[in-house]
Design a protein around this ligand. Structure first.
Ligand SMILES: Cc1cc2nc3c(=O)[nH]c(=O)nc-3n(C[C@H](O)[C@H](O)[C@H](O)COP(=O)(O)OP(=O)(O)OC[C@H]3O[C@@H](n4cnc5c(N)ncnc54)[C@H](O)[C@@H]3O)c2cc1C
Length: 362
């Protein structure tokens, strides 16, 4: 049986980022992945790096803003180590909100667009009247970035390999091994691995691995991707209460997304995809000329209070980093940093006590 300092269960963006961080600190790390690395929620995501207070739960704000600030460096390092290009865009977001929203009225100091003309000068393809985006909603400009999560995970996988981090792929972890009350490794479908520490980064599946039944559940998101008729037809991320549009630098556009309680089902439903497409057309009529590329569904790791589960568990040597719900791409750099600090006995640079597994009786 091979020995490791740390075994990470799940090679999504959270597990991959943490593996790199622990490796930087000199730990010998093994990633165990039941399927293909980076092919679950992290592959399905849109990649908006949203830390805007109106849309971020207050307990998550500090973590979200810290992570958003880390992104340029995070991407730069991954590109450097992997030799792969990551599409990180800084054009910003146009957020359409109900102007009667209390939080908007009380707190919002951001630049907003009082006239359709000022908005049209920024994003000419948007339909701003007759029921379009501008009809009842106010538009805000947010300086947030967005990233292509598939580029990101591909680069993270390449960087982990470059660093000599071990993988056991296609290997399902059945349980965390406990000896004398401490975590000592994992039992998989293929074999056993031993380690001083084990960390559960299994996303929506995290609750299925004993001994602790973390209350994670899958929240299904369907979305589609089209090729814009002109590469820069839309430059900003556009978010309305019904739909969001995420342009990529190569001319693709993602249109998303549903949030459904559908268990572990990842099928797309043609009618649902058509509804999303129609909502996008209502916003940007020229998308009628866009070519359909693909549609998919992914499973966000949800928790009862919509907050992640981060830190040590009550079993010494066993840690957890999951439940990132809609924000796991955004939260990957800070999660990796804080978890590596906790696992190596340092004081975490951001307080994560709100996110402890202990808030649930598991
Ligand atoms: C449609 C959609 C849109 C999204 N948009 C955004 C967005 O714009 N911005 C943002 O920040 N976030 C977004 N998210 C959320 C984001 O994708 C997730 O929060 C994030 O990917 C979670 O990463 P993870 O590594 O925890 O999970 P995952 O990527 O799901 O990885 C978990 C891994 O664990 C593995 N695993 C599970 N059980 C076992 C086991 N027993 N043994 C071994 N391996 C196991 C799985 O196979 C998987 O590879 C979106 C999600 C969806 C579905």
């Amino acid at each position: 049986m091979r020995n490791y300092d740390a075994i990470i269960i799940g090679a999504g963006i959270i597990g991959l980022s943490l593996a790199i961080e622990l490796n930087k600190l000199g730990l010998k790390v093994l990633l165990v992945e039941k399927g293909e690395s980076g092919r679950e929620s992290s592959w399905a995501a849109g990649g908006m790096l949203c830390d805007f207070p109106l849309e971020t739960l207050p307990p998550l704000q500090e973590l979200a803003s810290a992570s958003a600030a880390m992104y340029p460096e995070f991407v730069h390092e991954l590109q450097d180590e992997s030799g792969l290009k990551i599409d990180l865009r800084s054009q910003g977001t146009l957020l359409f909100v109900d102007p009667n929203h209390e939080a908007f009225r009380n707190e919002c100091q951001l630049p907003s667009f009082s006239t359709a003309e000022s908005l049209a000068s920024l994003e000419p393809a948007l339909r701003l009247s007759n029921g379009g985006a501008g009809a009842k909603l106010s538009a805000l400009y947010l300086k947030e970035r967005c990233v292509d999560p598939r580029d990101l995970t591909a680069a993270a996988i390449a960087a982990t390999r470059h660093r000599g981090i071990d993988f056991s792929s296609g290997d399902h972890v059945l349980a965390v091994e406990i000896t004398d009350g401490k975590a000592t490794g994992v039992r998989t479908k293929k074999t056993d691995f031993s380690a001083k520490m084990v960390v559960n980064c299994a996303g929506a599946w995290a609750g299925q691995i004993g001994p602790h039944a973390f209350p994670t559940r899958p929240v299904k998101g369907q979305m589609l991707c089209v090729i814009m008729p002109e590469k820069e037809l839309v430059r900003h991320v556009v978010r309305t209460p019904d739909v969001y549009l995420i342009p990529r630098s190569d001319g693709r556009m993602l249109i998303g997304a549903t949030a459904e309680e559908a268990g572990f089902d990842k099928q797309t439903v043609p009618e649902t995809i058509q509804q999303l497409r129609q909502a996008a057309l209502d916003l940007v009529p020229k998308l009628a000329e866009a070519r359909f590329l693909d549609a998919w569904a992914g499973l966000r790791p949800g928790t009862p209070d919509r907050l992640p589960i981060l830190g040590a568990t009550e079993t010494p040597g066993y840690f957890v980093a999951t439940g990132h719900f809609r924000d796991g791409i955004l939260l990957a750099p800070i999660t990796a940093k804080v978890m590596a600090e906790i696992m190596t006995g340092k004081h975490p640079s951001v307080d994560v006590s709100n996110f402890s597994a202990g808030r649930f009786a598991v």
